[in-house]
Design a protein around this ligand. Structure first.
Ligand SMILES: NC(=O)c1ccc[n+]([C@@H]2O[C@H](COP(=O)([O-])OP(=O)(O)OC[C@H]3O[C@@H](n4cnc5c(N)ncnc54)[C@H](OP(=O)(O)O)[C@@H]3O)[C@@H](O)[C@H]2O)c1
Length: 264
């Protein structure tokens, strides 16, 4: 039986580029997200490169979405050998601006849904000696101000993944945790040009290709930027120094996040 790769957040940004990189290997891909037109465009581009695609549009933040997705994948496609948990929302801004619904949506999309998806597809992943990919973030290590909700979800995802890794490997499957650099996507739109702050952004196609290369190489972790790796390491060995650095940079982060086009 041919197996499938599930990519969440597949219609835009890094997820779309992961799909195109997989398509060059003629993979069978399930594209998941809310905006059907973006998913269909990505699927058409992937099919032109040789992939077989299936589009499933749903809101991972909605109740029952994971069960619906798993049911549709098994009904319309087949067994899953790679699950790429990429969908996320930025969830930035000062804490006092968060509505309860914002908090719940960020936690559900960024943390609960990936965990539930792994749980639901685990029998497939074990049967195929497959791979789970978590698209994490340096924000899961570094306590950037004015992104505290996003930081919390990404730190939760990273630590959950590391705690789960031994369980998964004992069953013959693998885990790749990827840390993309600051990348030019809709998530970062506005941040670099609107805040009067110079920020360099990696192209999303490069990041997508690097994630697929790391997946194929059986890597456990992917850092795309050595400065991100250094920052994460600094948080590990000198958290007080990191806090001082974040205090010093607070206004810069405040301006950057206020300029983000992505709104909670
Ligand atoms: N860009 C960066 O600098 C950067 C850095 C580090 C890590 N990352 C991570 O990389 C991943 C991809 O982000 P990106 O930068 O490519 O941003 P993006 O273009 O905004 O991609 C996010 C994707 O998630 C999907 N999504 C959001 N909410 C969803 C929901 N409720 N249900 C289903 N799908 C949902 C979106 O599609 P719909 O809106 O159509 O649902 C979109 O395709 C994320 O995990 C992000 O945290 C990004």
């Amino acid at each position: 039986m041919e197996s499938w790769v599930v990519v969440t957040g597949a219609g835009s940004g890094i997820g779309r580029e992961i799909v195109l990189a997989l398509a060059r290997e003629r993979r069978r891909i399930v594209l998941v997200g809310r905006r059907r037109e973006l998913l269909e465009q990505a699927a058409a581009d992937a099919q032109a490169l040789g992939a077989t695609c299936c589009v499933i549009d749903l809101d991972l933040g909605a109740q029952g979405a994971v069960a619906e997705l798993v049911g549709k994948v098994h009904e319309q496609c087949g067994r899953v050998s790679v699950l790429i948990n990429n969908a996320a929302v930025l969830a930035q801004g000062p804490v006092e601006t968060f509505e309860l619904a914002d908090i719940e949506r960020a936690v559900t999309v960024n943390l609960t849904a990936p965990l539930q998806l792994v749980r639901a597809f685990l029998p497939d992943l074990v049967a195929t000696s497959g791979t789970v990919v978590l698209v994490a973030s340096t924000a899961g290590w570094v306590p950037f101000p004015y992104t505290s909700l996003y930081v919390a979800t990404k730190a939760g995802l990273r630590m959950w993944g590391e705690a789960f890794r031994a369980e998964l490997e004992a069953q013959g499957a693998r885990l790749l945790i990827a840390y993309p650099p600051f990348t030019a996507t809709s998530m970062t739109s506005g941040i670099s040009d609107g805040a009067g702050v110079q920020v360099s952004l990696a192209p999303a196609d490069l990041v997508g290709r690097r994630i697929v290369k790391a997946l194929n190489a059986g890597k456990r972790e992917l850092w795309c930027s050595w400065t991100d790796w250094l920052l994460a390491s600094l948080e590990g060995v000198a958290p007080r120094l990191m806090q001082a650095l974040m205090r010093h940079q607070r206004k810069r982060f405040q301006r950057m996040m206020a300029a983000a086009d992505a709104k909670l």
